[in-house]
Design a protein around this ligand. Structure first.
Ligand SMILES: NC(=O)c1ccc[n+]([C@@H]2O[C@H](COP(=O)([O-])OP(=O)(O)OC[C@H]3O[C@@H](n4cnc5c(N)ncnc54)[C@H](O)[C@@H]3O)[C@@H](O)[C@H]2O)c1
Length: 236
């Protein structure tokens, strides 16, 4: 293993070459995929896609902001399993891929219990990386545009390191995700784990809670309320 030499980008270990079996039809059609936070807004759409692609899917969720309702069409399906589980506790399952989404995304919910939000991001991500290392799974973390904080550069390139307040009321989320990203890269460099990070920007759509305080839903909800208040009927 390469020794620390001041070069922050120095790779300690090359990522493992996946076995050619990974690309075989048998492996692809029997692939088991863990989705943490799969009962939430984005997670449940991801589960739909994976199930439609005939994967075996395991969802682990503590239902803090998610709901079984989002997954009801898959409950009882032979390729689908649902576990009530908090990612701040270790989880031992045999899987080939991990999509790690578990974390409240709305400011109302992530500020409700900031210490828990940090634990979810840091301990939760450590637990999932520990699992990925143990079973040799590829892992994806859903990070956020909030890692750029109050950015001084627009639009933000991936190479931009951000402008983040480490002690503010949103820091539990912003800094939590930044540490989660750091852990992902350290596990990759130190243990050769195959990783992916998606920095998601504001997303909206079906199954989103209209009052959960995110910018796009706030804007739409306010516009709808104004229309109701004005008793506005659009022309057909
Ligand atoms: N929606 C967006 O615009 C957006 C933007 C940037 C990043 N993201 C990221 O995408 C992911 C999903 O976001 P979302 O919008 O679907 O949010 P969401 O709140 O709808 O879903 C989060 C899910 O994680 C679960 N969860 C929370 N804490 C948990 C814990 N400790 N253990 C197990 N499960 C837990 C919740 O019950 C819920 O089902 C999050 O990681 C979020 O940070 C979302």
């Amino acid at each position: 293993m390469a020794q620390p030499n001041g070069d922050h980008n120095a790779a300690a270990k090359p990522p493992p070459t996946p076995s050619p079996l990974r690309f075989s039809k048998f492996f692809q059609s029997n692939m088991r995929i863990l989705v943490t936070g799969g009962a939430g807004f984005i997670g449940s759409h991801l589960v739909d896609k994976l199930m439609e692609n005939e994967k075996n899917v395991i969802v682990a969720d503590n239902y803090f902001t998610g709901s079984k309702d989002n997954l009801k069409k898959w409950i009882g399906h032979p390729r689908f399993e649902l576990i009530r589980h908090d990612v701040t506790e270790p989880l031992l399952v045999e899987v080939d891929q991990i999509y790690h989404l578990a974390c409240p995304a709305s400011p109302i919910f992530y500020k409700y219990n900031p210490v828990k939000t940090i634990k979810t991001n840091v301990i939760g991500t450590l637990n999932m990386l520990g699992l990925a290392k143990r079973v040799g799974a590829r892992i994806l973390l859903t990070s956020t545009s909030e890692v750029y904080g109050d950015p001084l550069i627009h639009p933000q390139e991936e190479s931009y390191w951000g402008n983040v307040n480490p002690i503010g009321v949103r820091s539990c989320y912003d800094e939590g995700k930044r540490v989660a990203e750091t852990l992902m890269f350290d596990y990759h460099r130190q243990h050769g784990i195959e990783i992916r990070i998606a920095r998601i920007f504001n997303t909206y759509g079906p199954r989103m809670n209209i009052d959960d305080g995110r910018v796009v839903s706030n804007f739409i909800a306010q516009a709808l309320r104004i229309n109701q208040w004005l008793d506005y009927t659009p022309l057909s």
